[in-house]
Write a protein of this length. Structure first.
Length: 115
């Protein structure tokens, strides 16, 4: 189990959230002018990054608000949570961390994920 940090409600079980795809995908300015191929690329083509990835999530069983999350797709470490419309925070290795999301390893030992 993972605890996701909702920016409005605080840490909650991952089952309360639904994935909304890659974050920061801009809607085309003039969609009527797109070719079928360009429209298909907008709808279906996304990055498939191994490592740190910006995602959109909705807290569907809570506040029902959308937010962005920077998450490592390999380790599931949550690096940052920020509101829709905001840029991802600058990541520095010496940046102080706040918040905590927890998961359980196969052996059942809790492991902390710093935000």
């Amino acid at each position: 189990m993972l605890l996701f940090p909702c920016p409005n409600c605080g840490p909650r079980n991952e089952t309360e959230f639904h994935y909304g795809g890659q974050a920061h995908v801009a809607y085309p300015e003039h969609p009527a002018e797109l070719t079928d191929r360009e429209w298909a690329e907008y709808l279906f083509y996304r990055q498939n990054t191994k490592g740190l990835f910006a995602e959109r999530w909705v807290h569907s069983a809570g506040c029902r608000k959308w937010f962005n999350m920077l998450r490592d797709t390999v380790s599931y470490d949550i690096t940052a949570v920020y509101r829709i419309g905001h840029e991802p925070p600058a990541l520095r290795t010496s940046q102080p961390t706040t918040g905590l999301a927890t998961s359980t390893t196969r052996q059942g030992t809790p492991e902390g994920v710093q935000l």
